[in-house]
Design a protein around this ligand. Sequence first.
Ligand SMILES: *Cc1c(COP(=O)(O)O)cnc(C)c1O
Length: 353
Amino acid sequence: MAYELTKKLKSVDMYVPVEGSCKVRLDANESCYNIMDRLGEDILDEIKNTELNRYPDPSAERVTRAFADFYGVPASMCTAGNGSDELISLILGAFLEKGDNVLTLTPDFSMYAFYGYMSELKVKTLQKEDNLRVNVAKVIDYCNNNDIKAVIFSNPCNPTSLGVVKEDIIKLLKNVFCLVIVDEAYMDFWGESVLDRVTEFDNLIVLRTCSKNMGLAALRLGFAMASPSITTALKAIKSPYNTSTLDQAAAYAALKNKPLITEYTAEIVRSRKALQEALATLSSDFGQIERVYDSVTNFVFFKSSKSAEICRELEKNSIAVRKIGGYIRVTAGTAEENEIFLSALKEILAGME
Ligand SMILES: *Cc1c(COP(=O)(O)O)cnc(C)c1O
């Protein structure tokens, strides 16, 4: 008898990262800096002292404490995950029951709906406003009127690049009964974190990752911050050795060098501002860029009805960006990468007129 995949698996839309090997990669919101250039010695020293014959520390204690110190939060409320991706999957799978309603906002990070679907949840979607901003009053109403068990969203948002201010997140936390999962993957580029409020709200989980401002996407390391009762449950349900010893060691070396990470982060913010200004200028010169959003992240999001053609042409120039429907998301690169991207884009736009 032929083995049949389940119905659930047959209708999965796979997440397909941009393929191929473009020279300029501005498609995945990675850091444009390789921390090995500055911290290679420290990282190798840490790795040299590992015991590869032993299983990893299941609670990733040393790196978790370094993470907690970095942000000034209690280590007892942090759980390390194999990227925040794993934590999203674990939380949706274990903190909700099959068939429960989980609320996502759209547009937002597509993995929330994906993991919700895989966990057999009912994934509800609330459309954002026309300007792509979140109307928190509508989110509160939706949660309270539709038996929502958890709401999950990124703040600042990937892909819109827009942020919800802390005051609004607090309003949400105070007015709903469900679990609120705030994915702050890009919060280091902004200043409206609710990380320090996990001690106050027992329905809040804040997710952080080492993949973006820290430039450690190759390691797979993310953290969930939550109340002691959520943290205990999360540690109990994760697989015991979810983060590798090498990931823990390398991230430890990085987290111990806060000034360097802060310097990189500031540099990336400068780059994003320059990129955004240049795109705004192109937008006033060329009708095909209809709108450039006010980013608080390490990428710029803009609207173009010619997004497919633009991405195709950029790829011919070995430049990767991400097309999301009628929009394009472009990661802030080094000054040189931005320049290569911008001059190619200008030429493409001029050729379309
Ligand atoms: C990049 C990103 C993550 C990071 O995931 P990791 O698994 O930690 O690399 C999480 N959430 C959002 C919204 C992201 O854009």
